[in-house]
Write a new protein. Structure first.
Lengths: 385, 374
């Protein structure tokens, strides 16, 4: 009898001919998630197993796997050779000595003659005979003994199914470039796109000396918190102060944020294309602030041709915060360091900007291409894993 | 790098590093053991205690602790105070005292906060009004860490004792020892905190002076070190290097004070009169606090950093403006209130550093002002 962790995969079933690609993506991600543990990992397309680990690390391994997209559920299980008496003994030994229970058998190994129902009845009967305080109740039970009889000649016995993250394995949905501000929303946007298999690249705009080294550290911490979910993240920290100076000098203050965001999108698109990202990802939620009205989004969107994914667009702040608390980014997001958008914040930012006007104002900045080139070439690149 | 944030910490002296090295390499023994090398260390610690006490003209005991915060907490929590009695602390105490006092307030003590003038100095007449016969403890810092103002501890202490002879008077002297003249007996204090890393010793060592006849209860229980008042294996490298740094600083206090006061005035003159300079009646020559209009202190700090100059801001500054006490105390108008910076010196600060600082300061401030105003 050996303790193992059983991993079930999610949506990959639906992927037809591409299934192999999706599975290998998931396997790589699981291997990366388990790199700190000494254990063996193996798997077929439907079931994967972690074996040979130290028992005191089981909870930590499960916690890690619970972050990996593409896994639908996880069960710590006992592994034994498929043999009737061995199975019966095991179920009896490891189950509670009292209480109501049911036995559920899943027989994938069709070489076994008896049906699942027959095996379940057999095991249940044996368990009853061993302890007088056990009682069968198929509908309301204290514990359920699950017996999974696989084709490889082994059976797995487990009690609980811990839900995984679901979704698709990170990497199989292409690369996306996230605009990571340091607030509550953008990390959640990354999380939601990672759930659809998108590998994250991120860009953060840094307005030194207006924003501090601590603000940058905060963004790095946020990206680190996302790593268990998103896998390795490449973060570009782009110096943005000179562009802000140029806008401040040349454009009306109420268009400050709008034009800043247009520059950010242009820079993001350039970095995205350089890194084979097929989309830009933002944490915008419609109407949350002045720069996130439909008109504002239209004006900022119009400078890029890559698709812009806004997974939070229809979410309320409370829903976003709920996710942030669940995945652990919230406490870091609310650390009070100024981000680049709050520097030079106008008292009355324009709520319904016009594309033509934005264009017209921008033309006053004569060296705008050079400013963008310089920002990109001076970006600091940080790999987080 | 020009380091002008010496009120937050200082660079250890080479000699201190040498002492620490020597202790770690050779004298690593536990001073409580019975064999020769340990007894020798135990004697050295005893000597260090006596030397420090002599340097500060104290009559009583010095307990070695791990930090100024620990010394302050010991003074506030481990002294005898009747339940519900009055405790007076000044409104702008360092958090190590202020937050300890808040905790005592939670525990039912009548904690009151003494007002200060617009340079952060305790107003003696206001203190007199708060001082009652029911007061069990007073804690007022010697030199304010944010503004550099020096409280007249001797007068405050005698006011306190004249109202209630048994009141305990504690002063946080972390920014005073080795920086201004300190004569503990003359000040009349019962308890006095001071710390190593503010005077070029390593971090992790500090002291609490306890006047003879003052009883305190232990803060940490265990093996009975520090006369049973602070159990823990002694931080030998820390204590011996602390003793060296402290005596060094105390000997030089007058000459350094005059030199640094010159540099301080040089800055005040050099930067021109567009700024709010905090000028207390009595100030520490090691600290200069000023507020600039329209530009945030933190932004100026980073701009100076790009010239290799490190200064402090008046408070743990943040965009959320959680820490608004100091601008209120200084009575700053709106355009100045986010612009506090603190320049603090050490024996390593030179005139050239200050020339360089003044140039960079004017250059960066004017640059930042251009983008902020209007």
């Amino acid at each position: 009898m050996e303790k193992i962790i059983l991993i079930r995969v999610g949506e990959l079933f639906l992927k037809g001919n591409n299934r192999h690609y999706f599975t290998s993506c998931l396997k790589n991600n699981i291997l990366a998630a388990l790199k700190d543990f000494s254990c063996r990992f193996s798997g077929t397309q439907n079931r994967m197993y972690v074996e040979g680990y130290e028992l005191d690390e089981e909870a930590a391994i499960i916690k890690r796997l619970c972050c990996v997209f593409g896994i639908s559920s996880i069960s710590p299980a006992y592994k034994v050779k498929t043999e009737k008496q061995t199975l019966k003994n095991l179920c009896d030994e490891i189950s509670p000595k009292q209480g109501t229970f049911r036995v559920t058998v899943n027989r994938a190994d069709k070489r076994i003659q008896s049906t699942s129902m027959e095996i379940a009845r057999d095991i249940g009967g044996y368990m009853l005979s061993r302890q007088k305080d056990r009682k069968v109740d198929l509908f309301t039970f204290d514990f359920e003994v699950n017996v999974d009889i696989r084709e490889n000649g082994y059976s797995y016995v487990f009690y609980q199914k811990i839900p995984g993250q679901g979704g698709l394995p990170v990497g199989c949905g292409g690369n996306g470039l996230l605009l990571l501000s340091g607030g509550i929303d953008s990390p959640i946007a990354a999380y939601r796109m990672a759930k659809r298999g998108v590998k994250t690249f991120a860009v953060h705009f840094h307005s030194y000396p207006y924003t501090s080294e601590l603000a940058k550290e905060k963004v790095i911490s946020l990206a680190k918190i996302l790593v268990p979910y998103c896998g390795e993240i490449t973060l570009f920290v782009v110096p943005f102060t000179d562009i802000q100076y140029a806008i401040k000098e040349n454009c009306p203050i109420e268009y400050m944020i709008t034009i800043m965001r247009r520059f950010m999108m242009r820079i993001a698109e350039r970095i995205a294309l350089d890194n084979k990202c097929g989309a830009i990802i933002t944490g915008e939620s419609l109407g949350q602030v002045a720069s996130q009205t439909m008109e504002s989004i239209n004006v900022t969107n119009s400078v890029v041709s890559l698709p812009v994914f806004r997974p939070l667009i229809g979410m309320d702040k409370t829903e976003i915060i709920e996710t942030a608390q669940r995945i652990g980014t919230f406490d870091t997001s609310i650390l009070p360091y100024e981000d680049c958008c709050t520097v030079f914040l106008p008292k009355n930012p324009v709520i319904k900007p016009k594309i033509e006007w934005a264009k017209q104002y921008e033309e006053r900045i004569e060296n705008r291409d050079a400013l963008i080139d310089s920002a990109i070439s001076n970006a600091e690149i940080i790999k987080l894993k | 790098m020009i380091y002008l944030d010496n009120a937050s910490t200082t660079k250890p002296l080479d000699k201190c590093i040498e002492i620490v090295n020597e202790c770690l390499k050779e004298d690593f023994y536990n001073p409580s053991a019975l064999y020769g090398p340990s007894v020798n260390l135990s004697r050295k610690i005893k000597e260090a205690r006596e030397i420090i006490l002599r340097s500060l003209r104290g009559e009583g005991n010095v307990i070695f602790t791990s930090s100024g915060t620990e010394s302050d907490n010991t003074a506030l929590f481990c002294t005898k105070k009747p339940n519900g009695s009055r405790i007076i602390v000044s409104i702008n105490e360092h958090p190590a005292v202020f937050n300890a006092a808040m905790e005592l307030k939670q525990r039912g003590y009548d904690v009151v906060f003494c007002p200060v003038d617009n340079t952060g100095r305790v107003i003696e007449s206001e203190f007199s009004k708060l001082m009652t016969k029911e007061t069990s403890l007073v804690s007022i810092m010697h030199v304010n860490n944010e503004t550099g103002s020096v409280n007249d501890i001797k007068t405050l202490c005698s006011i306190a004792k004249s109202v209630h002879p048994n009141v305990l008077f504690h002063s946080d002297g972390v920014q005073a020892v080795g920086k201004i003249k300190v004569n503990l007996t003359d000040l009349g204090v019962d308890l006095y905190s001071f710390s190593g890393h503010k005077i070029h010793a390593p971090k992790g060592v500090a002291g609490l002076y306890v006047r003879s006849g003052v009883n305190i209860r232990p803060y940490l229980f265990g093996g009975g070190q520090e006369s049973g008042l602070r159990s823990s294996t002694e931080n030998v490298p820390g204590i011996l290097s602390f003793c060296y740094a402290l005596t060094e600083a105390v000997t030089r206090v007058r000459e350094e004070g005059e030199r640094l006061d010159g540099l301080r005035s040089q800055i005040i003159k050099g930067i021109g009169d567009s700024f709010h300079v905090v000028e207390p009646i009595a100030h520490s020559p090691f600290i200069l606090c000023l507020a600039v209009p329209y530009v945030r202190g933190e932004v100026l700090l980073h701009s100076l950093e790009s010239h290799g100059i490190l200064v402090g801001t008046g408070s743990a500054c943040s965009s959320k403006k959680t820490q608004k006490k100091l601008p209120g105390i200084l009575g700053l108008s709106e355009e100045y209130e986010n612009g506090i910076i603190r320049i603090s010196f050490s024996r390593f600060t030179t005139k050239d550093d200050i020339d360089y600082f003044i140039n960079a300061f004017i250059l960066e401030y004017n640059k930042l002002l251009k983008y902020v105003k209007g």
